[in-house]
Design a protein around this ligand. Structure first.
Ligand code: AVJ
Ligand code: FE
Length: 371
């Protein structure tokens, strides 16, 4: 008998694939095959990598099948073939990558029919594909390849101002009751969070311009040492998107270093990830306003990416454990390009503090009585 979990999973796999293929449907082979930007993969790499990952986890590990293309495994493994080399090695062409995706998917459906759905592995593979649709959008944004109405340039709703949260213990992370969660969100554990204030809205383009025009990229005292040397080295003098976008839309594509400088210039700071999660999940009095604009842009936090106490890698160390303690910063919330299935309140994204290709902005925080 085919259970409803199985039917839901098959439907979700189909939807994720429609999202992936729909995203690149307007692109010709040349745009799919070239490396659009040196920090990103050629789009055909992402496509074939999605296929290889699905084959590895669902057909091989779960289904006990041989890999469909063992000779491609190294090329499409993110660690064996890092981004820096993906632009100058031989890859499947656009047609080959699409064929690989559909051949693997046939096997995946056969395996599901034969032995059902694994509660962890199928969700992992689904969210993996969804996450890559955002990575691909980042590359497409850098290469000017996104359709015209993408991203939405809509103003934020709601009023500015601060939300005040009381201090006290907070249960950080994903518990066992909510179904799938990533290893790095577990286990849920209690942390002490002091009283703090957090901005109701993310920082807007208009406010970012005020910062830039008020010497934001010139005033040494607003920058960390590391941020300043990055900015000097790469001659960063502006956030171009803030000038082009709607004044009341969230500022986007800023690095952690810039976000940190903006916060200091505002007499505020970035929230820790525990503060962010506490604010995002806070149960307000009926009618009282909460955070606005969550899910428009990723929000940089002050926290370095690390394992929670009692962390156990699952199902593989390279999803997150190898990034712990390496200077990556945590981002929370999700962007317009993040699938809702991925963007849960406990989801932790991470990247290097100098990266600007993420759809990332910030939300200010401060201690009570400041700013
Ligand atoms: C969670 C977005 C940091 O892109 O490196 C994709 C997601 N992991 N393939 C990344 C991921 C493996 C990951 N991030
Ligand atoms: Fe991946």
């Amino acid at each position: 008998m085919v259970g409803s979990v199985t039917l839901d999973t098959v439907a979700a796999l189909r939807e994720a694939r429609a999202r992936t293929l729909g995203l690149v449907a307007h692109l010709g082979a040349a745009d799919l095959e070239r490396q659009v930007d040196p920090v990103m993969s050629p789009l055909v790499w992402d496509l074939a990598h999605i296929a290889a990952y699905e084959d590895l986890w669902l057909c091989h590990r779960h289904g006990g099948e041989r890999l469909l293309h063992p000779e491609l495994a190294a090329t499409y493994d993110a660690f064996e073939t890092p981004r820096a080399v993906r632009g100058r090695i031989e890859l499947l062409d656009a047609e080959g990558a699409r064929a690989y995706l559909s051949a693997v998917r046939e096997r995946t459906l056969d395996v599901i029919e034969r032995q059902g759905v694994d509660p962890v592995l199928h969700e992992l593979v689904l969210r993996h594909e969804l996450q890559h649709t955002e990575t691909m959008r980042q590359a497409m944004a850098l290469g000017g390849l996104l359709p015209a109405d993408d991203p939405p340039d809509a103003p934020l709703e709601g009023e500015d101002g601060w939300l005040e949260l009381p201090g006290g213990p907070f249960a950080l992370g994903a518990g066992d009751e909510g179904g799938f969660s990533y290893d790095n969100e577990r286990p849920r554990h209690v942390v002490e969070v002091a009283a703090f204030r957090i901005a109701r809205r993310p920082v807007t383009n208009a406010t970012w311009l005020t910062f830039a025009e008020g010497g934001g990229y010139v005033r040494r005292e607003w920058w960390s040492d590391e941020g300043w040397s990055w900015k000097q080295c790469y001659d960063i003098t502006d956030c171009p998107g803030a000038r082009d976008g709607h004044p009341d839309a969230p500022a986007c594509c800023v690095s952690y270093f810039e976000a940190e400088a903006f916060a200091r210039a505002s007499g505020a700071r970035l929230p820790t990830e525990a503060e962010w999660e506490k604010a995002a999940t806070w149960e307000h009095e009926p009618g009282a306003p909460g955070l606005v604009g969550v899910g428009r842009v990723w929000e940089w936090t002050a926290s370095e990416f690390a394992g929670y106490p009692w962390f156990v890698a699952h199902p593989y160390r390279e999803y997150s454990e190898v990034f712990f303690g390496q200077g990556y910063r945590v981002l929370r919330g999700g962007s317009w390009a993040t699938a809702t299935r991925v963007a849960t309140p406990t989801f932790r994204n991470w990247d290097r503090p100098q990266r600007r290709q993420l759809f990332a902005g910030l939300r200010l925080a401060s201690d009570p009585g400041e700013a």
